[in-house]
Design a protein around this ligand. Sequence first.
Ligand code: PHB
Length: 343
Amino acid sequence: RVFMAPLTRMRATQPGDVPNALMAEYYTQRAGAGLVITEATQISPEGKGYADTPGIYSAEQVEGWRKVNESVHQAGGTICMQLWHVGRVSHSSLQIDGQPPVSASDRPYQNKTTVKDEHGNMVRIACSTPRALRTDEIPRLIEEYRVATRHSRAAGFDMVEIHAAHGYLLHQFMSEESNFRDDQYGGSLENRARSCPEVIGEWDAARVGIRISPLGIFNGLNDLAGEEMGLYLAAEFAKRGLGYLHLSEPDWAGGPALSLAFREKLRAAFPGVIIAAGNYSLEKAQPLLDAGLIDAIAMGRPFIANPDLPERLEGGHPLNEGRMELYYGGGAAGYTDYPSLRG
Ligand code: PHB
């Protein structure tokens, strides 16, 4: 019940944002997780918002992920692809032909993302003002999620997770702070939520999970009204029999802790597996597991530094400290060189 949370590491091979042998080694080292969830992976070139994150839209990328999956499966692991479109959390230099990024509306994200300068160094740069997706473009967007799901199946993933959290594109549609549309994708809560269920449907629902971040403050969206949306989506996904609901809780990035009352309502709305993430420890998780309010926890930063995290937790062993300066970009250092108990 200790899963590996999705973690951006920015080490895909260039050009082409291709998963590589180093990434296969990294994920294989962590195959002891109850479920490995990959780093956020763009469904299209347009969905990219940071330097060197991997994609799942080209044949080369699918082949790279196939090698990751073969290796993780050989080590006895189970692995889920996180499908990502950043929307407005991007810069035109990351987009095809320097186009502006897209979003639900043209309201910019007033903050920075990470790109590479001409010397290959990671630098922080203000996000570009996005252009609003036209209504007649949304079927194309939805098709890209569906194609990415088919690619994930072909690459041998066990599941896919739709990233609908953290102020990225699907969340930009959900939030009244970034969605000012007057078509069927804007206005009422049902309309703002519409694109989320539409992107699923290319695999048995049990093979699809969704990640949301109700009440979280992230990437310019202050989701303090997120309870209602969270409950609505939980009920919609329960109707469709989705594999899991993954809560990225405010505790790791800002925002009020989820209340017990909200957790109880989520549990009532979604009878399937609920995964909770956000600065969890076994002590924090156990009462929620015992009460049946969550079924598993996903851990992020502790999994960066401890490839054998579940074994360490089970045995009460000390944890390695992560080297934060090596989280994003680079090679094996701070990535595949953390010791496990077995050496
Ligand atoms: C990040 O790159 O910092 C990042 C990416 C995806 C998330 C959250 C953070 O969901």
